[in-house]
Unconditional design. Sequence first.
Lengths: 108, 112
Amino acid sequence: GQQVQQSPASLVLQEGENAELQCNFSTSLNSMQWFYQRPGGSLVSLFYNPSGTKHSGRLTSTTVIKERRSSLHISSSQTTDSGTYLCALEQGYQNFYFGKGTSLTVIP
Amino acid sequence: EAAVTQSPRNKVAVTGGKVTLSCNQTNNHNNMYWYRQDTGHGLRLIHYSYGAGSTEKGDIPDGYKASRPSQENFSLILELATPSQTSVYFCASGDSGYAEQFFGPGTRLTVL
């Protein structure tokens, strides 16, 4: 079955609004990584966050293992934040499972 | 300077032909991975490697072989390409153990 569920599938924001992206997993995890991908582009690592909360500029990642979820918060969104956000779960050693992503569009 | 590079960036192949996708990393990472990305399926792991000389099967290895001749290089080989292998292929590297992955720019493969 589906190991990693991302929600929402798509999101449209007005510039300046905040966004909360979710990643839920059905199994235990050893690591969690969040990526950003532009259309036709590669994956850029945003956070490697197996547990707890991490911050980077306007981005915050929180992973709660016992609740089997991880979230990515984007504050004060900008048009350049538009793209797809992917989460990846490492369940066992070298067993990586990716969500299908959240497509974010930020309009001016 | 890009730490994970892939070549070619775009490739058109014919059904039944042999295709080799190459990946090079300057991160000095032990682990390397090959994924494919398709609409509706997301990213799926094809093969991975723990170091030079090792290759392991991922979730969808059928129709693919891999080769890791050195720490820096990891190749994905399609001996008999089929149209179902049309996709975008990504290579990634990472340290041993549970560690962050770093991705290359991707190769767009079209099999006619």
